[in-house]
Ligand binder design. Sequence first.
Ligand code: C2E
Ligand code: CA
Ligand code: CA
Length: 760
Amino acid sequence: MGWRGRLVSRIRTPLGIALLFAAGSMAWIAISGHVALAFANSLASIAKAELLKGGLYVFVTASLLYGALRSWQRAQHRHEAAVEASEARLNRVLTGSNDGWWELDLERDSLYCSPRWWSMLGYAPHKEPVPPAFMFGLLAAGEAQTLQTLLDAARSGQEPGSRLLHLRHHDHHFVPVLTRFAATRDADGKVRLISGTSTDMTLNEATQRRLYQAAAVFDTTREGIVVTDRDARIIMVNRAFTEISGYSEDEVLGQKPSILNSGRHDETFYAGMWQSVLATGYWRGEIWNRRRNGEIYPEFLSISAVRDEAGEIINYVGVFADVSEMKDSERKLDYLAHHDALTRLPNRLLLLSHLEQAIRGAQRDRCSMAVLMLDLDRFKDINDSYGHIAGDELLTQVADCLRERLRDTDTIARMGGDEFFIVLERLAHGEDAGQVAREVIEWLDQQWVLSNGARVRVSSSIGISVYPDHGETTTELLQHADAAMYLAKQEGGGCFRFFSEHLTRAARERIELENRLHQGIARRELCAFFQPQVDVATGRLVGAEALVRWIDPDYGIVPPDRFIPAAERSGLINDIGRLMLEEACRIGKRWLDAGHPPLLLAVNVAPRQFLHSDVHAMVAEVLAETGYPPEYLELELTESALMARGDEAVAALHGLRALGVRLAIDDFGTGYSSLAYLKHFPLDVLKIDRSFIRDIPAQVDDMAIAAAIISMGHTLGFKVLAEGVETEEQRAFLERHGCDIYQGYLKSKPVPPEEFERLF
Ligand code: C2E
Ligand code: CA
Ligand code: CA
């Protein structure tokens, strides 16, 4: 729009029209006056009539005037059409750009504003100019002066440029309006008009703010952000991207994000990812990427496609979080939840899930599978003799051995203690599990070297249950393998047994036994038998060992070997221990009171009692209760229990000794301890296990060992007692080697106290 158009439009006022009309008439009269008058004069001279002459004159003048008016009007219409067209065009342009415009006529001191300008501020368009003060009145505080300064500048011929002003909307909020100024001069170079365009910046300002915020977020967020173009070429990355990936912006611009590929995902993975982005506009998931330094890390990634108004993808934005730390701890937690901390083998939880899978697999493939339950024989001895650390070490070695030798497809799990489970999948025949079990027993039957230098041997027992013959559920299979293992143990260990129906009965009996034992203790069905201890050289009765007997009303006398293990397992052994101590002291006191010569009464203290209960308090209490003299009480401890308590055992023994009781070490030679180690303990008596006596004189080895134990025991200052002496020959052997005391069938079996009294 040229300034002329605007000028013309300014003149389209009634006053302007009147002025133009006058000017036009004058021009016409001036130009055609002579012709018209000459024409009129010639007519008049022809007619020679004054009146006609006058009338003609008026007519011609009127015609002339009319013609002039019509011609001006046509010109005016053309002008107006041009102006309108140009204004419409201007409006179209401004509407397209959503801008309004205004014009300040300095001479008239009026302001014309375009419809869009008005609507921008929520007003109905004013067709007429308004006083400039109107615009000033809409300005935000302080901005009137700004506008005035700008207008003054424009007026004085300077280029005022553009400025953001805030105009009050009809509903009172302020609209940010970017205002551009231009001055229009007339022919004399004088500024007559100042015009301007106004751009509503409301959206832009919000966008700006958003962009500003986005930029701040973009740069400060801990998530890596990658923006690519439609061809997936990187056009922008943020700081976190660089920190996580190790790539600087320069290194990745123009590259494809695939430079981060870890190689952990196959093509189908990426294809699926992009398919989702294209179909739904986004993809979210975990992905492994590779850092610049080659390290592979997991990230949580979301990719969004950005589309333009036409729906065409213009960008892809990827936002990702490095979850390697989270993953690590998650993995650790998961690992801990599913693995045994000691051996790192799967634990019960993981075993169950593997077993379930294996069962499903066997169902599907119509083949067999087996569960092996493995238990180390005499592991408790190792544990007790060398302490838990050595025990743990052995378990770790066993676990490693199994892991190394079994197939990768087999699951090995540890249930705690020395119990392992092995799941053998895909067996052609259930019996094949027996072959594996035999091999496992062979592998484990080796000398294990522990870090303390000790060399230990363990045998193992394995129970096998086969799917589907012995059970179809995890619970059944595990229980039945357990029952079978128990059978293998009962048969002496070092062997394997398959599950069969009668094993279930045995397992049931075991539980029953515990219940019955519980009741038996409560009903005082347990009592003490006494076995004499005799001076080897003189044959004099010097003491007696109290041995527990359970007189079951239904089953008669139950030997301790049948219920002591159950009592140890269930913890009932503590009750039995106390009961036996009470019995021994009570009866011993009665014998003393009856005038019998004092005897050393020996009472067994189970390892579990020594390790997990306050033996000292119990002994003190019972002695106080019964009034039995402590010097005639001997406590039999096993060497394994002493070893298990380590240094603490020494203090515990001193504590017991301080009560005035004597201490004996029971079953010497069956554990793994050494005499040299025993010298640290304040002990009085060494009881040689009857296994060393049994085969005297047949076994030369045993004789040598027995002889050695006797002499070394003496060197350490202990009295030496031999257990299980059944023959005179054995007694004579012991006498020859200076053994102090013996106990055995040679003198007497354990007998009830009444019967024992006859021995005095
Ligand atoms: P132990 O402490 O070694 O007890 C000696 C065992 O050897 C007794 O078996 C006894 O009857 C047996 N015995 C004694 N002399 C001979 C012999 O000449 N030949 C043979 N073959 N055996 C002989 P018992 O009474 O069956 O006890 C077995 C084990 O039960 C005991 O071994 C002990 O470990 C445990 N036990 C017995 N009574 C108690 C008790 O009151 N408390 C605890 N904690 N354990 C007990
Ligand atoms: Ca004993
Ligand atoms: Ca013994």
